[in-house]
Write a protein that binds this ligand. Structure first.
Ligand code: SF4
Length: 80
């Protein structure tokens, strides 16, 4: 499978609310924070609550993950 095919598959499987975040990451136009958000969304099956409560303490992205309790992103009205 080529990268383009894999990216298309990931986008097709992602909820609409996450697709812009993923597209920007895949295209290289995302900020580093946006790329981390995309990775965390994909990692959890696009479940923000799972990112907030992530117990992947060995993950290098853990301290940088979005939706951490007490942050502005933790109360974003349900948007991904
Ligand atoms: S911080 Fe957690 S949700 Fe994000 S990529 Fe790592 S393990 Fe997955």
């Amino acid at each position: 499978m080529t990268r383009a095919e894999r990216v298309s598959r990931v986008l097709a499987d992602a909820p609409t609310s996450c697709q812009n975040t993923l597209r920007q990451a895949f295209s290289g136009s995302a900020s580093p924070r946006g790329a981390i958000k995309a990775q965390c969304l994909a990692c959890t099956g696009y479940l923000r609550a799972e990112i907030a409560s992530c117990t992947g303490f060995g993950c290098p992205l853990w301290k940088f993950r979005p939706y951490q309790p007490g942050t502005d992103e933790s109360d974003d009205g349900g948007r991904a």
